[in-house]
Design a protein around this ligand. Structure first.
Ligand code: NDP
Length: 448
């Protein structure tokens, strides 16, 4: 059976079996379509049913999360953990707390995580989890009670060598702290490596907070340099103003770029003089406020309602760092018309499939999420290593390892794209490089 025929057959089975799970189906189609040349070259993967097994999570856990709000009312949320693939190491992937969370979103994130984790070169499998709980507007005590109830169930399924969750949207140091504290109490074990993204005083790693944003910029700078470009003097748009966006902004600015806009789910701020990041950190990291508060201190900036409009501003480099589905075909066309040279993904699947094709057709350099935003999970794996050794590396040591990993991810993705006949297609190269390592491990371990 030829590669194309095999891939189409598996995609149609996945569609039947996971009816209506739009995000998961998009992620599967995006990855599988680029693997066609791999199956043409390695038919042995077909006879071992690698794809049929890869698209089915090894285990999925859904659970009730009851908690009591500040008014004494009982609230119930839904908890998820999808343990997708452990061929190359323990399941690893973040927890997302956001009202939009459902089975399809967690499965798409878990599926992508398999290849992302493989690309880091570190021994970590793919998983993801979360809840439809919305931390926005909740008191610290409410967040704590929710996190404790969530961990009361999750702790039965995770472990140092089994499954190691981390943060994602809505899960930062505060939530990880509450969850780790409760895990430790229930299990009576100081298993620091069971969660990553911890505070520095109890097993966290320096650079973890910055890792996804910095890593995105290291990856993108390597891609730019490879095309005789750089961040220096470029105008940059970054969507989001959370963990990834803030540290992408910091590193891009350090490399000489001017970041002119950041957003949140209400809208975006545009500052033609370059965003004042200290002010953004104060609003978002300290006050947990809204981005339009930026104008209270910088009245010359503008605020535009509606986060999707950010792509209408002129830029050289666009770094979507908020959430999935941010750049649709229309936004891609506007970016191209305004002369964008690079789109590199900090968020997971922020660019729709038709938008990616449009950008690639127009010759825009495209950095796919699973490669470009792998710095966070790579640094999480470095946190696990430090926890196992009971040692802490300096900021510089971790940052250097992170940079080395991101540059290698770019090089390996580029090499795979060339080897499989599509030079310059980093999306395809990343999928292939991530996939082959996992597939080889699955081949060695038998049909399980
Ligand atoms: P945060 O929760 O810290 O920040 C998310 C940002 O995106 C906020 O500014 C938020 O605005 C905005 N946002 C969230 N949902 C929407 C939406 N539906 N529409 C518009 N804006 C939205 O999350 P992170 O920065 O950690 O994560 C951002 C992205 O990066 C996600 O796709 C995540 O999966 C990905 N990622 C994160 C990693 C990490 O280490 N943190 C690692 C790899 C990928 P508001 O405050 O208004 O909600």
């Amino acid at each position: 059976m030829l590669g194309r025929e095999y891939v189409n057959k598996v995609i149609s089975e996945v569609e039947k079996r996971n009816n209506g799970e739009r995000e998961f189906l998009d992620a599967v189609k995006e990855v599988l379509s680029s693997l066609v040349p791999v199956f043409d070259k390695h038919p042995e993967y077909i006879s071992e049913g690698i794809l049929e097994r890869l698209v089915e999570p090894e285990r999925q856990i859904f659970f009730r999360v009851p908690w009591i709000d500040d008014n004494g009312n009982v609230q119930v949320n839904r908890g998820f953990r999808v343990q997708f693939n452990s061929a190359i190491g323990p399941y690893k992937g973040g927890l997302r707390f956001h009202p939009s969370v459902n089975q399809s979103i967690i499965k798409f994130l878990g599926f992508e995580q398999i290849f992302k984790n493989s690309l880091t070169g570190l021994p970590i499998g793919g998983g993801k989890g979360g809840s439809d709980f919305d931390p926005k507007g909740k008191s610290d005590r409410e967040v704590m009670r929710f996190c404790q109830s969530f961990m009361a169930e999750l702790c039965k399924h995770i472990g140092l060598d089994t499954d190691v969750p981390a943060g994602d949207i809505g899960v930062g140091a505060r939530e990880i702290g509450y969850m780790y504290g409760y895990y430790k109490k229930i299990r009576n074990a100081n298993d620091q490596g069971v969660l990553t993204g911890k505070g520095l005083s109890y097993g966290g790693s320096l650079t973890r907070k910055e890792a996804t944003g910095y890593g995105l910029v290291y990856f993108t700078e390597e891609m730019l340099n490879d095309n005789s470009l750089s961040f220096k003097d470029k105008t940059v748009l970054i969507s989001g103003s959370g963990n990834v966006a803030i540290y992408a902004c910091e590193k891009a600015t350090e490399l000489g770029a001017k970041v002119v806009a950041l957003s949140d789910s209400n809208g975006y701020v545009y500052d033609e003089n370059g965003i004042n990041l200290d002010l953004i950190k104060e609003i978002k990291e300290v006050k947990r406020g809204r981005i339009k508060e930026y104008l209270e201190k910088v009245p010359t900036a503008k605020f535009v309602e509606g986060c999707r409009n950010i792509w209408k501003e002129k830029c050289d480099i666009a770094l979507p760092c908020a959430t999935q589905g941010e750049i649709d075909l229309e936004a891609a066309k506007i970016l191209i018309k305004n002369g964008v040279k690079v789109v590199s993904e900090g968020a997971n699947m922020p660019t729709n499939l038709d938008a990616i094709e449009e950008l690639q057709r127009a010759g825009v350099l495209f950095g796919p999420a699973k490669a470009a935003n792998a710095g966070g999970v790579a640094c999480s794996a470095l946190e696990m290593s430090q926890n196992s050794m009971r040692l802490s590396w300096t900021f510089e040591e971790v940052d250097e390892k992170l940079k080395y990993i991101m540059i290698n991810i770019y090089k390996n993705s580029k090499k795979a794209a060339e080897e499989y006949g599509n030079p310059g297609n980093i999306l395809m190269g990343a999928n292939i490089a991530g996939f082959t390592k996992v597939a080889d491990a699955m081949m060695s371990q038998g049909i399980i």
